[in-house]
Design a protein. Structure first.
Length: 263
């Protein structure tokens, strides 16, 4: 589906496609945890690696050098998957509902001096993109109007939740698609502060933690600054790939990662 059509027509009103979604405001405060490794443990391992490297330099032992390389590679992976929590601003769930957590939205706006109404709408755009992608997956599997007990619907839902795929890979694809769409919407609306927040300038954790689902944002946004048409094309290619293979879509994201940044 053409990205401009989505941004200009569908996001303001998904119902124009004949599909409806429940919208709920909640005052509940929710957090999601990302990453797999404790920060203190990873820091301790780093100290041990430094000590081992000193030993390697002193002994010039080839076997010890190989051991250090192996442990260092494992440590690098842990470093990019340190655990942290993030406040949930919005959510699209399997029941087809979009939930906006208004206290989290207010906190974000107060912290970064953002206009509440505009930020609320931008988060709604993000969640609507999840909704539209879910609808596209159902359509791909011939389950758009199927009963939830049908084989087609169950197969589509299994794919949507990433059966047989790495969970972090699936989250990254979903969130990159939705968040880059929010970025483009903010750009079209002229909301510079929201645009910065979307790309992670204000929320630096989004820019540097690969385990965070929005990690793919920096690459697409950097591409957009150089060539908006190419970035839109990459977004559409990612969207299409996500309907067939989460792994293939994730590989596309990695193609656009910015240089000299962890991913």
């Amino acid at each position: 589906m053409d990205i401009k059509y989505i941004l200009q027509h569908i996001l303001p009103s998904p119902e124009m496609l004949g599909i409806t979604c429940a919208y709920i405001e909640s005052e509940t405060v929710r957090y999601k945890q990302y990453g797999s490794y404790d920060a203190v443990a990873v820091q301790r391992e780093g100290v041990r690696l430094l000590a081992l490297l000193d030993e390697v330099e002193q002994t010039q032992d080839a076997r010890l050098w190989r051991k250090w390389q192996s442990r260092y590679q494992a440590w690098q992976k842990k470093l990019t998957q340190i655990k942290f929590q993030a406040l949930v601003h919005g959510e699209f769930n399997e029941a087809g509902e979009i939930i906006l957590y208004v206290n989290a939205l207010r906190a974000e706006c107060a912290k970064h001096n953002l206009a509440y109404a505009a930020y609320y709408q931008s988060v709604l755009v993000h969640e609507r993109l999840h909704y539209l992608q879910h609808q596209a997956v159902l359509q791909k599997y011939g389950a758009l109007d199927a009963a939830i007990q049908s084989a087609e619907y169950k197969k589509a839902q299994a794919y949507w939740f990433g059966a047989g795929a790495d969970a972090a890979c699936v989250r990254t694809v979903k969130e990159t698609l939705a968040e880059f769409g929010r970025f483009l919407w903010c750009r079209e609306q002229g909301y510079t502060a929201l645009e910065n927040q979307a790309v992670g300038v204000l929320a630096g954790v989004r820019a540097y933690y690969p385990c965070y689902p929005y990690a793919g944002m920096r690459g697409l946004c950097a591409l957009y600054e150089k060539n908006p048409i190419a970035a839109a094309g990459a977004w559409e290619e990612l969207w299409q790939a996500s309907l067939t293979s989460w792994q293939a879509a994730y590989r596309l994201i990695k193609l656009h990662k910015p240089q000299n940044k962890p991913f």
